[in-house]
Write a protein that binds this ligand. Structure first.
Ligand SMILES: Nc1ncnc2c1ncn2[C@@H]1O[C@H](COP(=O)(O)OP(=O)(O)OP(=O)(O)O)[C@@H](O)[C@H]1O
Ligand SMILES: [Mg+2]
Length: 421
């Protein structure tokens, strides 16, 4: 900290006595000031946003939102704030999860005053260094995703929405799922991966001034300013859109490699990157499969869609797609049709965790008005189904994160060398 400046600390713990004890331990430290306390993860996020502290002392087990989830959100929103986890859990798994979420340090409860102040001073120094790195405009959170930019936050997750059959509702689902996942704390961006005839912007009644074709030549120099020129901000929801080029002939100006670089950059700015893809397995779709964390695979109750789904399942190994990353769903479900989700699940020997009902009276006008149905009445069956899909996505993402944690620590010998042995 600069001369005379104190390290500003927030304590997040659900037990009043613990909060008080920590506060007492710190009260005689002239360079440390407790600027706020919170009782739950969610409250911690609010207090952090208000006070923008240098260091947060964070408990793990708390009601409503645990300390690890809160850490992730805070690191995204206030990149310079450093988080020290305080927990009774000695479990190394917890420690790794906390570190993956962006925590800086891990202390076992109850810490000694020396341990505590040493950790706070280390973290305080990091906060100062991070503040120097992040341009002033971003500390305030202005501009496209700027509040989320910066060092250390956990990277965003890419969700590809795909069907091997056109016209089954891929765009409808991508758009509404994006909205269901999007909020101030977990911002989402929708990418139109249908570069020839993409219609994501139309679903929001937005004009396309700039598109992904404007980013392609600049993939080596992407920054928040370049992005805010190109991303469309949908004013009533604040969700950001990356539109397809305005004319089909521009589609070829974006290569798979450029597409990957754009998505990689967006992972730094957004929690969720939802990509609406085309049925054809072109370079863009394949690049998207390579980088994505989850593929939402859509089928419907008609034979051509089922036939293409089977063909797709036959090639996923060849495409090196991990089966665990697929969420297989059915759209436009009509109970009068005999090809039921149960029968389809049985025939593919795969679970269908979400079935989205056919609801033409809601879906068709929402597209024609450019007002996605997720913005309206949340009690409709189709809206509820999308909310359930969003929940399934969140859950699968956290399962995948756990699996990845189990796989770590990364081998110190490069994998290629190991394979040769
Ligand atoms: N759950 C639903 N209930 C009723 N109609 C639906 C539903 N989902 C999609 N539709 C309708 O299906 C049509 C196609 O939807 P959409 O454009 O999202 O499909 P797509 O798979 O993206 O098509 P394309 O292959 O052209 O990109 C639209 O008219 C939409 O209104
Ligand atoms: Mg579409």
């Amino acid at each position: 900290m600069g001369a005379g400046e104190k390290i500003r600390v927030v304590i997040v713990d659900d037990i009043a006595e613990t909060r008080e004890n920590i506060r007492k331990l710190l009260q005689f430290e002239s360079d440390i000031e407790v600027v706020g306390v919170a009782r739950t993860g969610r409250e911690g996020i609010d207090v952090a946003k208000e006070t923008k502290p240098d260091v947060i002392l964070m408990d793990i087990n708390m009601p409503d939102m645990d300390g690890i989830a809160a850490t992730e959100t805070i690191r995204r929103n206030i990149p310079f704030t450093q988080i020290v986890i305080l927990s009774v859990q000695g479990d190394p798994n917890y420690m790794r999860r906390a570190m993956l979420a962006g925590a800086r340090d891990f202390l076992t409860k109850p810490p000694s005053v020396d341990e505590l102040t040493a950790a706070i001073r280390r973290a305080g120094k990091m906060a100062l260094e991070e503040k120097d790195k992040v341009p002033a405009a971003m500390v305030g959170g202005a501009g496209v995703g700027a509040a989320h930019l910066g060092a250390g936050g956990a990277p965003g997750r890419v969700i590809a929405v795909y069907s091997p059959k056109g016209g089954v509702g891929t765009t409808t689902i991508a758009v509404n799922l994006g909205l269901a996942l999007h909020n101030d704390e977990t911002p989402a961006v929708l990418i139109d991966g249908n570069l020839q005839f993409g219609d994501v912007a139309v679903f929001f009644n937005e004009q396309v001034k700039n598109s992904i074709a404007d980013l392609a030549p600049r993939v080596e120099e992407l920054d928040a300013d370049v992005l805010s020129d190109v991303l469309i901000n949908h004013a009533s929801t604040n969700i950001k859109l990356l539109a397809a080029p305005p004319r089909p002939e521009y589609a070829e100006s974006v290569t798979g490699d450029q597409f990957t670089k754009i998505l990689t950059y967006l992972k730094k700015l957004f929690t969720y990157i939802v990509v609406d893809t085309t049925s054809s397995l072109d370079d863009i779709t394949l690049a998207c499969f390579d980088i994505c964390d989850i593929i939402i695979l859509i089928t419907t109750q008609d034979i051509p869609a089922i036939k293409n789904t089977r063909l797709f399942f036959d090639v996923i190994d060849a495409l090196s797609i991990d089966q665990k990353r697929i969420i297989f769903i059915m759209n436009r479900f009509d109970k009068r049709i005999g090809i039921t989700p149960e029968k389809v699940a049985e025939s593919f020997k795969r679970e269908i965790p979400c079935v989205i009902p056919m609801e033409e009276r809601v879906v068709i006008p929402s597209i024609n008005r450019g007002l996605p149905f997720m913005m309206g009445d949340k009690s409709r069956p189709v809206t509820r189904a999308i909310l359930q899909l969003a929940e399934t996505v969140r859950q699968r993402l956290s399962e995948i994160a756990e699996m990845d944690v189990d796989k770590s620590p990364a081998p110190s010998i490069p994998l290629r060398k190991m394979a040769k042995k």
